[in-house]
Write a protein that binds this ligand. Structure first.
Ligand code: 4AD
Ligand code: MG
Length: 449
């Protein structure tokens, strides 16, 4: 028997989670949550309460509660925090299949009128992101995010990796170079990191198989549905790995995340209308297509130029944008690899293949146009080769002395890759926009809240 005094005194005591209460008709429970929706009619209040596990409709009968309790629920604003107790009753029509007949309730904080009403513009919802995070949609997406982080770490931990922590303030770029955020570091020019790869490379000589899971920063000028200025970047780096071995690891990692989401998080997927069966199908091997082949597929299938409305003609050396990635993956159920790209459009540290014009690398593209989720490659491990390549692309060697040092003392062949975790979540939840895969998105026009 749950007494009011227990609840009042016991803010910090144990309560039943809503998802569990829904499964226990006939049982008396206490719940702790927030007021999600409310209406009253004929001396009854119908209060939908939410906690992190779900929502339940609570029925408060004016005749059965004290005047103080009735006034509290009657005057409560949306998002008021409260504790309620009562008996769970089966009701097929209710969301979740059950309701709560309230015996006692206590509003903990009624606060002020909640600014978010039913129909709001996306821009307004981004302005009040700190509150919108309580929406059913974002609760589910943030929960999924946490599981994706967990599964990624679990997979790498059981595959013999050590997690490392790289610096995020750096002296030089490493990837695109063009998209760096500059910061004033005690009077010196420095940058927010755009990839932790170079530091992960340094650490394989100590720990052999490592990964860093940290933010990367890209001053992307492009306003697309898959670019963030700050994103979480999972970057494994492995000694004695070549590109083929790295691709095998990547498809296993992605399959592990997809399969575990499908098995253990069905309700999250269903909230986004994603069929768990589609993620259970994600299993190695993924299709491997050379860049050269991808070019001919694009020419065969045809991509229209949005300005001229004419069919684009793809030549060797062209990079792929949103539309090209869509055409290559629209009919795929699993991600695909595009490997051996032209050296001109890839980073300086990738070794040149025997053909003299491609580099030993691969991008993984998600199905149905969600785009590139992984970029990876072998790394040039010989000093003279690396120096020559850096000169060729015009890098300031001074900033990379420490990186060159790694090729002077017991260098070994190695490879690694970078996975954009929000891109993976966007694909697995089939989100329209990457912003809903991260709590506080940093976009070209937004750095607050
Ligand atoms: O292909 P990228 O630029 O590769 C690297 O940074 C390598 N240094 C990684 C490595 O080998 N350790 O980025 C890797 C991944 C992309 O495939 C994409 O998933 C994600 O990072 N990414 C972004 N995600 C969200 N917003 C952006 N602006 C992103 N830019 C890249
Ligand atoms: Mg890339």
């Amino acid at each position: 028997m749950i007494k009011q005094s227990d609840i009042v005194l016991n803010y910090f005591g144990n309560v039943t989670e809503i998802s569990k209460a829904l499964l226990e008709p006939g049982k008396e429970v206490a719940l702790r949550g927030w007021l999600h929706r409310k209406r009253s009619s004929g001396g009854k209040a119908f209060a939908v309460i939410r906690d992190r596990t779900g929502i339940i409709q609570c029925i408060v009968d004016k005749a059965k509660v004290s005047e103080g309790e009735w006034n509290a629920i009657d005057g409560a604003y949306l998002e008021s925090s409260m504790i309620v107790s009562g008996t769970v009753r089966k009701d097929e029509r209710a969301p979740g299949g059950a309701e709560l007949d309230v015996k006692e309730l206590r509003v903990i904080h009624s606060g002020k009128e909640y600014p978010i009403t039913e129909y709001q513009s996306p821009e307004f919802l981004l302005d009040v992101r700190h509150l919108w995070l309580r929406s059913q949609r974002l609760i589910k997406s943030m929960e999924t995010r946490s599981y994706v982080f967990r599964y990624a770490r679990k997979f790498l931990d059981k595959s013999g990796f050590y997690e490392i922590t790289p610096p995020l303030l750096t002296k030089a770029g490493g990837e695109t170079g063009a998209n760096l955020f500059e910061v004033d570091y005690f009077g010196q020019k420095a940058y927010l990191t755009e990839s932790s790869q170079l530091y992960a490379e340094a650490m394989i000589f100590a720990l052999e198989k490592v990964y860093s899971f940290a933010p990367s920063y890209r001053a992307e000028k492009s306003r697309t549905t898959k670019h963030l200025a700050e994103y979480w970047h999972l970057e494994p780096e492995m000694a004695y790995f070549n590109n083929a071995k790295s691709m095998k690891l990547q498809e296993k990692l992605i399959s592990y995340i997809a399969n575990n989401l499908a098995k253990d998080n069905e309700d999250m997927l269903r909230a986004f209308n994603v069929d768990p069966a589609s993620l259970l199908k994600i299993k190695p091997p993924f299709e491997r297509i050379t860049y050269e082949k991808a070019i001919s597929i694009l020419n065969e299938k045809g991509v229209t130029n949005p300005e001229t409305k004419e069919k684009k003609r793809f030549e060797w050396g062209a990079d792929f944008g949103v539309e090209e990635e869509r055409v290559l993956t629209e009919d795929k159920e699993k991600p695909i690899f595009i490997y051996n790209w032209p050296k001109e459009i890839k980073a300086f540290y990738m070794p040149i293949n025997k053909d003299g014009r491609t580099v030993a690398c691969a991008d993984m593209l998600a199905p149905r146009g969600h785009g590139e989720i992984i970029g990876g490659s072998e790394r040039i491990w010989k000093l003279d080769e690396l120096e020559a390549r850096m000169k060729e692309v015009g890098l300031n060697m001074e900033n990379y002395q420490w990186y060159l040092d790694l090729r002077k003392y017991g260098s070994v062949p190695h490879a690694g890759f970078g996975l954009g975790i929000e891109r993976v979540i966007k694909w697995m939840l089939n989100l329209d926009h990457i912003r809903d895969a991260i709590p506080f998105p940093r976009l070209i026009n937004r750095i607050a809240p």
